[in-house]
Design a protein around this ligand. Structure first.
Ligand code: HEC
Ligand code: HEC
Length: 267
């Protein structure tokens, strides 16, 4: 079964093909079976035929390419082999995988980690420096503007100030992860795709530890956040089948493996 967002992208108008299949962008997904993420009854992804012609449309399309193939389209700012879309699933539209939909109407907002009010650009920078183990992208550069254009386009018709259904990550109870129990979950339910060595097979199967993965400063490196992501979205072929305890255990195991250090820029 195809994930809805990619299904839309691969069957509709020629603009769709251009959006993800054109210009050498050929990222595909292993088929997802079983539980699909909860969907908002009210929301459908914008039709790619609504991407305007000319420079505005070009920027949206570049943003989609950067989102799905970050190491290729934003090479200078990425230090690993992860793409935004490896964590923000279905092009940043799937609930409980940190969807992008509606974010332009929510930022600027207070950020717990930074202890200050930050802009959407700041938040994107954070994922470049931590999740992408990279460096800040220029605020006025074509890559940042393209990502903002894409996110704005995804958010068409979303009311400002209202969080999208499934914003952020699933809320799980606070549990303690047991890395030893997690090693068993990992070898039985994750290693087939992400590898016994955690290196995956980028760009199709992303790395969960090692030099090709996120660094120690990333949200995914926090056991609670990773457990919430994994519980709802993984294993990718049977999402929703782990108990919350198993999700914590496997996340504690992955967090115990090597990740690149995070260096605050300028420090
Ligand atoms: C390794 C996984 C990973 C990758 C890769 C990644 N992110 Fe994130 N991102 C996260 C996590 C985890 C969060 C925090 C979600 C939460 O705590 O609600 C997040 C949050 C965000 C947010 C804020 C969402 C909100 O609801 O406030 C934005 C914007 C964002 N990421 C953009 C990006 C962009 C753009 C890229 C690619 C350049 C990217 N991310 C790459 C994991 C990732
Ligand atoms: C069928 C293959 C498959 C299995 C099994 C699977 N994953 Fe994934 N995983 C993926 C793919 C593909 C992505 C990229 C997002 C997407 O396309 O759904 C991903 C993304 C991720 C990410 C975010 C990106 C990154 O590399 O940091 C994490 C973390 C993750 N998986 C953890 C797990 C854990 C833990 C398990 C076992 C419980 C698991 N996965 C099982 C295929 C799989």
């Amino acid at each position: 079964m195809k994930r809805p967002w990619l299904g839309v992208l691969s069957v509709a108008a020629p603009a769709v093909i251009l959006l993800l299949a054109g210009q050498g962008c050929n990222r595909t997904m292993p088929a997802a079976a079983g539980a699909q993420p909860a969907k908002s009854a009210a929301w459908t992804a914008p039709d790619p035929s609504t991407i305007p012609p000319g420079p505005a449309g070009d920027s949206i399309r570049l943003g989609a390419h950067i989102f799905e193939e970050t190491p290729k389209y934003a090479q200078a700012f990425v230090g690993n082999r992860l793409s935004c879309g490896d964590c923000h699933i279905q092009g940043g539209t799937a609930p409980w995988s940190g969807p992008m939909v509606g974010l332009p109407g929510l930022f600027p907002m207070f950020n717990e980690r930074a202890k200050r009010v930050i802009s959407l650009e700041d938040r994107i920078q954070d994922c470049f420096q931590r999740s992408e183990n990279g460096r800040p992208i220029p605020w006025n550069g074509p890559e940042m503007i393209a990502l903002l254009s894409y996110i704005q386009w995804l958010s068409k018709g979303q009311p400002a100030g209202v969080a999208f259904h499934g914003r952020g990550l699933e809320k799980l109870p606070d549990l303690r992860g047991d890395a030893a129990a997690g090693a068993t979950v990992y070898s039985q339910q994750c290693a087939g795709c992400h590898g016994a060595d955690g290196a995956g097979k980028p760009p199709i199967l992303p790395a969960v530890w090692g030099p090709d993965s996120y660094n120690q400063g990333a949200g995914m490196n926090q056991v609670k956040k990773m457990a919430a992501f994994v519980h709802h979205n993984m294993p990718q072929n049977h999402p929703g089948t782990l108990t919350p305890q198993q999700a914590y255990d496997v996340s504690a195991y992955v967090a115990s493996k090597p990740h690149s250090p995070f260096h605050e820029p300028g420090k």
